[in-house]
Design a protein around this ligand. Structure first.
Ligand SMILES: Cc1cc2nc3c(=O)[nH]c(=O)nc-3n(C[C@H](O)[C@H](O)[C@H](O)COP(=O)(O)OP(=O)(O)OC[C@H]3O[C@@H](n4cnc5c(N)ncnc54)[C@H](O)[C@@H]3O)c2cc1C
Length: 325
């Protein structure tokens, strides 16, 4: 990146413009999977729609590639030579409790939406980890470990997408106004522009019955044999998945899981504690779990179903209640 371009960027955006080696550049391009990386020519911390439009217009005029980072949970390409737009400063969240919708700016993570919606007894179709960005999750389809089977893909509950397209124009995209673009965006990820805001449905849910059961690796075959037929019998209000995990011996994990080889059965049920416990009974009956934390809990604790770490990692380590998100 030649200096004139970064100087030009500084002249048209309000947020920081950072080059490799600058203080703060590493944070601006940080990613979740520590085995991966982003290496743009310049990083721009956009603060508004006007900033996004200015960057896209300048990039188009100089014929430079544009990449977008919100949380860095998914690196599709390394963004070599690109202007990287970091949306994380665009963090506005607006809940319309009557319409049961949320409208969020591009940099918002699911943790902010679940907390804001919970104040009204509402919940979004968030994913397994609340540190994931809302926009890219929804653009990719969005499969919720709580709502997945009863409501389908989260992208099917999007109402409006605000987008800056490659010509630098700002578009309000809805099923009625721009049906083709609306269709393409919901599954087409970041291929059609830079999303600056998105509006989607919320659901009247404040708690659920769920969590995870960690079984000893040696009993995996017995548990999986029951799980594969049991899962087919569950009502749509229940969602389950499994993970085989060789856990690292780190202090962030509860003692019995440190260094353990386990089968992690995840379960979520939108219904009463009694019905949830009854549904889960066949799995609990297979063998004693090392750890069973399935119970009725607030939706804001939904990240404890998968218990993935919320911050950058290079290992498949689940988190505990204190660090999960
Ligand atoms: C631990 C973990 C748990 C997950 N759980 C689930 C789950 O339960 N269900 C599910 O469906 N998915 C899940 N995912 C996948 C996740 O939804 C995607 O990886 C998502 O793309 C992450 O978005 P991000 O903004 O956090 O990450 P980023 O890496 O910041 O962005 C991801 C991609 O989206 C593009 N992008 C980001 N913001 C914009 C924007 N404003 N406009 C245009 N393009 C943009 C970026 O260019 C990048 O290519 C999970 C991922 C991880 C790492």
């Amino acid at each position: 990146m030649n200096d004139p371009v970064s100087e030009e960027l500084r002249g048209v955006v309000a947020g920081p413009v950072l080059l490799p080696g600058d203080a703060g550049f590493a944070d601006e391009v940080a990613v979740y999977n520590l085995n991966n990386y982003l290496e743009p020519a310049v990083a721009v911390g956009v603060t508004s729609v006007a900033d996004v439009r200015a960057v896209v217009r300048l990039a188009a005029a100089r014929r430079l590639p544009v990449a977008v980072r919100t949380t860095g949970h998914q690196v599709a390409q390394h963004a070599g030579g690109a202007i990287l737009i970091n949306t994380s400063r665009m963090d506005g969240v607006r809940i319309d409790a009557d319409a049961r919708t949320a409208r969020v700016e591009a940099g918002v993570r699911w943790s902010a939406v679940t907390a804001a919606a919970a104040e009204y007894g509402l919940a979004p179709m968030s994913g397994s980890t609340l540190s994931v960005g809302v926009v890219a999750y929804l653009l990719g389809g969005g499969q919720s470990p709580v709502f997945g089977r009863s409501q389908g893909y989260a992208a099917d509950h999007v109402r409006e997408i605000e987008l800056v397209t490659a010509d630098g124009e700002l578009r309000q995209v809805t099923a009625a106004d721009e049906p083709d673009l609306f269709w393409a965006l919901r599954g087409g990820k970041g291929n059609f522009g830079v999303v600056t805001a998105i509006e989607f449905d919320l659901f009247p849910v404040s708690e659920f019955y769920g969590g995870g059961l960690h079984f000893p690796g040696e009993r995996m075959a017995s548990v999986l044999r029951v799980w594969r037929t049991w899962a087919l019998t569950l009502p749509e209000e229940a969602t389950t998945s499994v993970a085989v995990q060789r856990l690292p011996p780190i202090p962030e994990l509860p003692e019995p899981l440190r260094g353990a080889f386990v089968l992690h059965v995840r379960f979520a049920f939108l219904g009463s504690t009694e019905d949830g416990a009854r549904l889960l009974a066949p799995i609990r009956a297979v063998t004693a779990a090392i750890l069973d934390d399935v119970r009725t809990r607030p939706y804001t604790e939904s990240a404890l179903i998968h218990a993935s770490p919320s911050t950058g990692t290079s290992a498949s380590a689940p988190c505990c209640a204190a660090t999960c998100g």
